[in-house]
Ligand binder design. Sequence first.
Ligand code: C5P
Length: 239
Amino acid sequence: MKTKLIVALDYNNLNDAKSMIDILSDSVEYYKVGLELFLSSGFASIDYLKSKDKKVFLDLKFHDIPNTVAGAIAVSIRAGVDIFNLHTQGGVEMMCEAKRVLDDEYSKLSSSLQTKPLLIGVTLLTSLNKKYLQDFSISISDEAKYVSDLAYKAKLSGLDGVVSSASEVRTIKERCGTDFITITPGIRMLDDNVDDQKRVVTPADAKSIGSDYIVVGRPVTSANDPLNAATNILEELKD
Ligand code: C5P
């Protein structure tokens, strides 16, 4: 699969998000709506993206009892969300129920949807580590193995892929298959500021590693010329 660019709309108001979508115009197809934008603008952000024929990755990382997550997923699909995510640590039962509802909703709505929405897992947040898990009496031998185990559980539960740092992509693809999707944040061009990201890779690196989607925020949205920044990233992703 060709590596695709998702631009993260990390804004606290809809007007700024709309301006960025309009600046990037036809160049960018996929956008990520996270907690900040969703809580400040609700479904209006998704409606605006859909009115512009864009694809939406709703990054709300659902984590609740199976019935509640299933309800959230049904609502998201009806709103036109193309990719959404949930915490794999919510458990196998929750992931399976999410997948069941996705299939049900898709079979009802397939005539009005262009493609089947993707259900993506979040493994171990990059802000957490082995020490954090030990504090909660969860003992793991190593973080990479733990992440790979969670990805494998996601695969067995019917999820389409996981959010994954660049360093995890190869192991996850080996364990879960090349069709198992990886969505990779922490992307910077060689001369970019790394901001608060600990480890970054270039779009070209992410592509060669096999990431299916890259999530890019500030290198585009804080650039003096966002359209030019996005164009340069897309150039690196070309075959
Ligand atoms: O601005 P920047 O490119 O660093 O933004 C990256 C985006 O990816 C943000 O929306 C951030 O929340 C998200 N993300 C991340 N690291 C993770 C998971 C998600 O940076 N491990």
